[in-house]
Ligand binder design. Structure first.
Ligand SMILES: *[C@@H]1O[C@H](CO)[C@@H](O)[C@H](O)[C@H]1NC(C)=O
Ligand SMILES: *[C@@H]1O[C@H](CO)[C@@H](O)[C@H](O)[C@H]1NC(C)=O
Ligand SMILES: *[C@@H]1O[C@H](CO)[C@@H](O)[C@H](O)[C@H]1NC(C)=O
Ligand SMILES: *[C@@H]1O[C@H](CO)[C@@H](O)[C@H](O)[C@H]1NC(C)=O
Ligand SMILES: *[C@@H]1O[C@H](CO)[C@@H](O)[C@H](O)[C@H]1NC(C)=O
Length: 346
């Protein structure tokens, strides 16, 4: 017993020493150094120079005090093809993985084993195809997920809603279909623009920290009332098929600085009075809003810098006092015919 224990300690010591001593030599199997070396080799990255020391000093690698890999960054390295099994997915303490801006085409099955540790995953600007599996819900500690600018398709996984600490979700510029998923209550930024999402907005009221919402360039329908949450600073719902515009009576929009509802099918009255005290950018172009008294009431929002009411069905004279009240206004677009780009620069 005693001898066996001593032997185990000795071989563990040897394994650590081997991993630490010769980076370029064959790595002790099933160590972090082995999995990183295998990733480098399989992706055609230059092997770490011989004598470079432990895996922790290799390019893009950072470690904890025990020499275990915490972060791996290989953005813009020209990596192509599928991410191999038994590489990054086996780095059991990995917190941050950045493989953005390459030409990767598929995820390994063992990626989802990283669940216990991963906090940030950036796969943006690759060519990854197929579904984003519901296994993403394994990443219980995930805070940042950027899968933007890929070729993902199918539904956004419902399990995204179960990741309680997720703060940044960027799935823009893919071919995701189906509904906007519910999301965990910590979300600060949600960018799902440039996909093929349809259906109604989900209930966003549980997202008490959401400050940035971009759903531009989808096929979303119905009412936009759900998007007007008090704490939001940026709302971009442009280029969809929303048809109903309405505010809950208590909504003041005091945090809102940027609002783009352009190119929807919105009908009805846009009720500004008393709202949007800090709004700078307002684009309502290409809708069928009845904007009676809108110009008079925007005069009360002295923070406005950009107002675009092009092709909204506006029938109103420009109040003479407008430009003296909106001293910060740079752009006022009131052109009513898309062939007539008559933007007024004040
Ligand atoms: C992910 O990487 C891309 C490209 O390298 C970068 O532009 C983007 O800001 C990163 N995403 C996050 C959430 O940091
Ligand atoms: C995705 O969105 C996040 C949060 O807004 C941002 O930090 C990141 O840069 C975006 N990614 C890209 C590739 O632009
Ligand atoms: C929303 O996303 C679209 C498409 O990705 C982009 O062009 C637009 O600038 C974004 N809006 C804001 C307010 O960031
Ligand atoms: C607008 O919202 C108010 C309050 O939520 C509601 O009473 C009213 O029926 C809504 N109007 C439309 C046209 O949806
Ligand atoms: C107003 O918005 C429309 C639709 O987004 C756009 O085509 C047009 O260029 C905008 N006008 C100005 C002056 O920005």
């Amino acid at each position: 017993m005693g001898r066996g224990g001593a032997c185990g300690v000795a071989s563990l010591f040897l394994a650590v020493a081997a991993a630490a001593c010769c980076a370029a030599a064959a790595q002790e199997p099933n160590t972090d150094a082995y999995f990183v070396a295998r990733f480098y080799a399989k992706m055609g990255l230059a092997a770490p120079p011989s004598g470079a020391g432990a895996v922790c000093s290799w390019p893009g690698v950072s470690c904890d005090g025990e020499g275990r890999v915490l972060a791996l960054a290989a953005a813009g390295m020209g990596l192509s093809g599928p991410i191999p099994e038994d590489t990054v997915g086996k780095l059991a303490r990995l917190r941050s993985l950045d493989l953005s801006a390459n030409r990767l085409t598929a995820l390994p099955n063992d990626l989802w084993e990283l669940g216990a540790s991963l906090q940030s995953l950036n796969l943006s600007r690759n060519a990854i195809r197929g579904a984003l599996p519901n296994n993403v819900g394994n990443f219980a500690r995930l805070q940042v997920l950027d899968v933007s600018h890929n070729a993902f398709s199918g539904a956004l996984p419902p399990a995204l809603g179960s990741i309680a600490g997720l703060q940044v979700l960027n799935a823009s510029h893919n071919q995701f279909q189906g509904q906007v998923p519910g999301a965990g209550g910590s979300l600060v930024s949600m960018d799902l623009s440039g996909n093929a999402l349809d259906g109604d907005l989900p209930d966003l009221s549980p997202l008490r920290s959401l400050a940035y919402l971009n759903l531009s360039g989808n096929q979303l329908r119905g009412s936009i009332i759900g998007a007007f949450q008090e704490q939001l600073g940026v709302i971009d719902l442009s280029n969809n098929r929303f048809s109903r515009l309405n505010f809950s009576s208590g909504y003041s929009g005091t945090s809102l600085m940027y609002l783009d509802l352009s190119s929807n099918e919105l009908l009805g009255e846009f009720g500004l009075p008393g709202r949007f005290r800090n709004l700078r950018h307002m684009n309502l172009a290409f809708n069928q809003l009845s904007t009676n008294n809108l110009l008079a009431s925007i005069g009360e929002i002295s923070s406005l810098e950009y107002v675009n009411l092009s092709s909204t069905g506006l029938h109103e004279r420009i109040p003479g006092a407008l430009s003296s009240r909106l001293v910060g206004l740079h752009v006022l677009d009131l052109s009513q015919d898309s062939s007539l780009v008559e933007s007024r620069l004040l």
